[in-house]
Design a protein around this ligand. Structure first.
Ligand SMILES: *Cc1c(COP(=O)(O)O)cnc(C)c1O
Length: 243
């Protein structure tokens, strides 16, 4: 992958995003593309920056910090999109602008406390398990209302949206149902919490369906930076075990 490949991929992606929007009468500017750079080199990220990329998503804490350190002179925002353990909160918070996988009150508590110390606020997405079996991460849909209620006590955390990973399957209908459920949960949540407005859903393999179902933030890696050498099982062990 060189800069020209990445550029072409980004342009193709923009076209596909535009087509998906057109299909359901949405505007392209409603969609934010989050380029996902996990397993990719800092050189590749620098190429992306040169092409206008201003924020990237990473799945793992250690990898994000390592790259952020190397790229600290660049103007780039880091978004943590993967699971976060409480014992890594303190390390990570200075590096990130957003966190897309909040799924426990204990973790929220820890985040809030550590953010207070450094006087920082963080935009968070609540990860919901919409696939009901394959992912051990994310809260169950029926727990969302109670979860959001509890989140109100954490002043450093702005809950801006919901996030999900669709079922790992070829079956488009099943994928669509995951996204549709998240949209339904968002619409319901907004009655009590009007500030919650975003839907982080859709990846290289399913972002068009996600856009059709209301995504505002799509997290796309391989369609921009090429295939990964590491299997997805490294990031979603429980799914890898099944497929
Ligand atoms: C890797 C990853 C993505 C992007 O997946 P691609 O197949 O590379 O588009 C999206 N979301 C999360 C949480 C990820 O870990």
């Amino acid at each position: 992958m060189n800069s020209q490949d990445i550029n072409e991929n980004l342009q193709q992606l923009q076209q596909r995003i535009a087509n998906a929007c057109l299909k359901v009468n949405r505007e392209v500017k409603e969609i934010r593309l989050i380029p996902v750079t996990k397993t990719k080199s800092v050189e590749m990220i620098q190429m992306a920056i040169a092409l206008g990329v201003s924020h990237v998503g990473e799945n793992k804490v250690q990898e994000l910090i390592g790259k952020a350190e190397q790229l600290q002179d660049e103007k780039l925002e880091w978004i943590l999109i993967g699971h976060l353990q409480s014992n890594k909160v303190k390390k990570i918070i200075q590096y990130i602008q957003e966190f897309h996988a909040l799924d426990s009150i204990k973790l929220a508590e820890k985040l809030n406390k550590e953010l207070q110390y450094i006087d920082k606020k963080l935009d968070v997405f609540i990860q919901v398990n919409t696939s009901n079996e394959s992912s051990k991460y994310g809260i169950q849909p029926e727990r969302l209302a109670g979860f959001l209620n509890e989140m109100q006590q954490f002043e450093q955390l702005n809950v801006v949206g919901l996030m999900t990973l669709a079922l790992h399957t070829e079956d488009e209908l099943q994928i669509r149902q995951c996204f549709r459920l998240l949209k339904k949960l968002l619409d319901k949540s907004r009655i009590d919490y009007p500030k919650i407005s975003r839907l982080s859903m859709g990846m290289s393999g399913d972002f068009e369906i996600a856009i059709e179902e209301g995504a505002t933030d799509i997290r796309v890696g391989q369609a921009i930076f090429g295939q990964r050498n590491l299997p997805d099982a490294y990031y979603w062990p429980e799914q890898g075990a099944k497929s």
